[in-house]
Design a protein around this ligand. Sequence first.
Ligand code: PFF
Length: 453
Amino acid sequence: MTDTKKSVHGAWSSRFAFILAATGSAVGLGNIWKFPYITGENGGGAFVMVYLLCVLLIGIPIMIAETMLGRRSQRNPVETMVLLTEEAGADKNWHYLGWMGVIAGVLILSYYSVIAGWASAYILKAFTGSFFDADAAAIKGIFDDFVGSPMQLIFWHSLFMVATMQIVARGVNKGLEKSMQLLMPALFVLMILLVAYAMTTESYFQGLNFLFKPDFSKLSSDSVLTAMGQAFFTLSLGMGSIMVYGSYLPKGVPIAKTTFIIAGADTVVALMAGIAIFPIVFANNLHPGSGPGLIFQTLPIAFGAMTGGWLMGILFFVTLVIAALTSSVALIEPVVAWLVENKGFSRQKACVWSGLATWLLGLGTVFSFNVWSNVKFFDRNIFQLLDYVTANLMLPIGGFCIAVFAGWIMKRENTEQELNMPDAAGYQAWKILISYVAPTAVFFVFLHVIGVL
Ligand code: PFF
């Protein structure tokens, strides 16, 4: 790509730093909080199967494409689309793709921060021994009291937003790289310990069955859409977040190989969360479809019952908050990068304004769980509506457009050069997936949901 305009971008220090940061963006509340609860709401095995298929056939090719777009332009998503549209001699309407991503990031972070606030509050609850010997009913009581209090939710949401903006203000390389190196191994170890605890419950196999034995009669068309939306959400795709990270990636790093590592790690963490949680759900006669509170109503039972559970509880929620932080910075980075690079804001000023706007929007989610729980649009409260519109609509639509752009609009020689795959068969496989399989799959799921198919 021509480098006429001086980039104000930073760059990752290495390929490993990019892998850490992109994995940090991918692994977050989506894996540990959202995956189990939507799996529970959508009947288990069949849903998980569709989700895994979507990751493989749609998610991975789009992740490769999105990273490639960012790296080629080395600019924020809005600028990326402007530059690459020009390079391909394509219609200017493609510019809107960058915009949609910026908006989706802010909308997602507004509720993401509220839930991350719950996880932060649970560090304190774990520390003060609230879960000690508590049964399922007591743990549910703690959760219900907590989300019923708008002031408490606002407090923790604010704290989390401030922490996010502090990191973003310092810049990607400095703020992110270091925290990730410690976080990922810690998260893996904790998940393994939780799975080990789940094995000791008498419902371990019931949990596994629920998660992996498909019963397609439980799969509605909306479940298929949710599974596809989750593939986008969990891999941070369709909104320019991976594009921004790709733009900091040094030229010459092999994109496809790197993508497999990131998507693989992300999937493993989600499945481990499921394997840890569902046995606890069944062992305590809880309902798998109990919604966004699921992990907050199950894991504390384990922490309250197991030896060393006090420390485990604290470590788990600390790790969850850090995992959420490394995702939230990725959600806000597209808008910050745009304000800095296009609007001439200083990084600090960009952080203050985007952070404030996101915080304010987040209040809608806070109130969805208490004072506004009856305020519904299309049968959904504000939180559910935001989640549906972003994860199930905006991200897949964004991903669809990215696939069409990479597969059909960009010149073959340019994608070939940028991906620089060692073997021709690998490139050809990607080209088929991105041009035909991924866009068609997204399109059919949408047709199915609106009842045309
Ligand atoms: N992938 C994150 C998670 O699973 O928690 C959420 C996310 C982060 C979505 C960044 C989109 C994004 F751009």
